[in-house]
Design a protein around this ligand. Structure first.
Ligand code: SF4
Length: 438
């Protein structure tokens, strides 16, 4: 039996896809290994959202080729770089890979690997599907408290800076029944939390059933205590969804709400479909229904032609919302996107650096303020790890708001819910003491 080693880059959807790939290969009698040195097949499940994600993989292919020199090891690039670069990747002499397989073609992966061994053929399958959701595949997961469930795939939004619609195709949703069956199995395997995934998860739609419906259905399953979801788009937050987040005790009170930029002209160039004011209105609507909600976001600085005055609009939104945390990136031009075709990447690198440093500073202040407001409050903390990076006498978990909480270990275990009072906070973590042990 050939041994397969898989390395995963990028988003949670790629982590879920790696679990799908494990299942598909095990069904075809491949064995899995955690060591590339032992592997006959090495798969890199890749991300193509920014230039440096690609550079990292190109470097990794060379390292792996070098480390396995003289062994008949097949190296394959799967995931978004396969559908982003396609044939170019296979023909590039600087990227010594044996095959490439896109995110919708994993059911054909075993055959492509076989061909690579039997016919020394450089196989590739980068077709995008309008239907494939892998709902008939039960992923092979590693143990833990949280399990990813991809409820929809692809994206139809075509934000002008983004490659995802080209690398992952058109939106399609799984049946609610298939999602519930997967969640039931997970509950039987002692997963108490599930995170529903989608490139644009809140545009989920199946036979007229929307995302609010799906959240409520999954929350009816015994053993599933917490439900999270990512990544939503601000354009798809009807009242039915906000009511479900606010009122359903199993749905976590955390929303990741990508802003991307604060200026309406820039948002329009990004094709984000909302304005500066509309984003703030949505935040007000969310907080009106759910005052304790934790809000996090994504921001891009230095989108083509963004001037200082327009960048200040991003600062204004951050000051108005005071996000709990934010992922802030420099604009990275992606081949084939609308922005690359229409807008020169004209914001100087130093200007991008200046802006990202300013926003990171500002966000740090807001994260500290938001976290310090938790001191004295009580939360149920779901234990994820029995020690922390810094100490083996503390354990860590997350509260409903997805905030990391460190508490002294008193013989608690992964998967337990611990009633905790928050006693201290930094910009990154909360510290607590145990009040009641369930
Ligand atoms: S919503 Fe926009 S940013 Fe998000 S995956 Fe789709 S195209 Fe990309």
């Amino acid at each position: 039996m050939s041994k397969v080693y898989i390395e995963t880059y990028g988003c949670q959807m790629n982590e879920y896809d790696t679990e799908i790939v494990r299942a598909v290969l095990q069904q075809d009698r491949y064995d899995l290994t955690d060591s590339p040195a032992e592997a006959d097949v090495i798969l890199l499940n890749t991300c193509s959202v920014r230039e440096n994600a690609n550079r990292k993989v190109f470097g990794r292919v060379h390292t792996l080729r070098h480390e396995n020199n003289g062994r008949n090891v097949k190296i394959g690039i799967i995931g978004c770089m396969a559908t982003d670069f396609k044939q170019r990747l296979l023909d590039d002499p600087h990227v010594p890979v044996d095959f490439i397989v896109g995110p919708d073609s994993y059911k054909r992966l075993a055959g492509i690997i076989r061909d690579a061994f039997e016919n020394e053929e450089k196989g590739f399958d980068v077709k995008l599907s309008k239907h494939e959701t892998y709902e008939d595949i039960y992923p092979v997961r590693q143990s833990g408290v949280n399990a990813w469930i991809a409820v929809m795939r692809g994206c139809n939004n075509f934000c002008s800076f983004c490659v995802v619609p080209y690398t992952r195709g058109r939106e399609r949703s799984r049946s609610p029944l298939s999602v519930m069956n997967e969640a039931k199995k997970l509950a039987n395997e002692n997963f108490s939390q599930v995170t529903l995934l989608g490139q644009n998860v809140n545009s989920y739609s199946y036979d007229g059933k929307d995302f609010a419906y799906l959240l409520n259905k999954v929350s009816e399953i015994d053993g599933i205590e917490r439900i999270r979801f990512t990544s939503p788009h601000p354009k798809d937050f009807p009242d039915s969804l906000l009511n479900t987040v606010a009122e359903n005790p199993h749905v976590c009170k955390h929303i990741h709400l990508p802003l991307q930029a604060g200026n309406t002209r820039v948002l329009d160039m990004m094709r984000r479909t909302y304005t500066h004011e509309e984003y703030l209105d949505l935040v007000d609507r969310i907080r009106a229904k759910c005052p304790e909600i934790v809000l996090t976001t994504d921001i891009i600085v230095g989108f083509p032609s963004e001037i200082d005055k327009e960048f200040e609009d991003t600062v204004k939104i951050m000051q108005a919302v005071e996000f709990d945390s934010a992922f802030i990136f420099k604009y990275s031009e992606r081949d084939g996107t609308l922005a690359q075709k229409k807008y020169p990447n004209d914001v100087p690198e130093e200007k991008k650096t200046e802006r990202i440093m300013r926003l990171n500073e500002l966000q740090k202040e807001h994260s500290l303020k938001r976290n310090r407001a938790h001191i004295g409050r009580m939360f149920e903390v779901l234990i994820e790890q029995e020690q922390t990076k810094k100490s083996d006498t503390d354990i860590q978990g997350r509260n409903d708001g997805n905030k990391l909480v460190i508490i002294p270990n008193n013989g608690y275990h992964i998967g337990e819910f611990i009633q905790t009072e928050i006693t201290d906070a930094t910009a990154h973590v909360l510290k607590g003491k145990v009040i009641n042990h369930k």
